[in-house]
Design a protein around this ligand. Structure first.
Ligand SMILES: [Zn+2]
Length: 145
């Protein structure tokens, strides 16, 4: 299964509620074999006095030509950033959709416990690794520009 990005990647910058530092967000579709497979939102934080980290939400579901269905959407999220005692940034499961208003797009927002039990967890890690490696904003933020 090889993943590719959709053609319409978007980025936006807004202000952090807690410290007014900039937050950079990238979002895009991820395709498999030319078909939409998932959507992601990646928020890159620059909180003052805290680690730079990225929070990645990935939504799986049925995507399609004009007949969007939401019932089967399910979302996962992880935080990627420095952790004590490790040289490399690490990914940690977190509750999905925390930075996003409730809406049908995210479907069922899994928390860490639910994500650990979910059969699509390996797919989530595959997509989040792909984003970490290939989304220029996320990669630059987590691994240095
Ligand atoms: Zn902040």
């Amino acid at each position: 299964m090889s993943l590719t990005f959709g053609p319409d990647r978007q980025t936006r910058e807004f202000q952090c509620d807690c410290c007014n530092a900039p937050i950079e967000r990238a979002w895009n579709f991820v395709y498999v074999d030319g078909m939409v497979y998932a959507v992601y939102f990646a928020n890159c934080y620059h909180h003052r006095g805290r680690d730079h980290d990225a929070w990645i939400d990935v939504i799986f579901g049925t995507w399609g030509a004009g007949s969007e269905q939401w019932e089967d959407h399910v979302s996962f999220a992880c935080r990627v950033g420095p952790v004590a005692g490790q040289d490399e940034p690490a990914s940690t499961l977190v509750t999905a959709g925390l930075a996003h208003p409730d809406g049908p797009l995210f479907g069922r927002k899994l928390d860490r416990e639910a994500a650990l039990q979910h059969p699509r967890l390996p797919e989530f890690w595959k997509v989040s690794d792909f984003i970490l490696e290939h989304d220029p904003l996320v990669r630059g933020h987590v691994y240095g520009r």
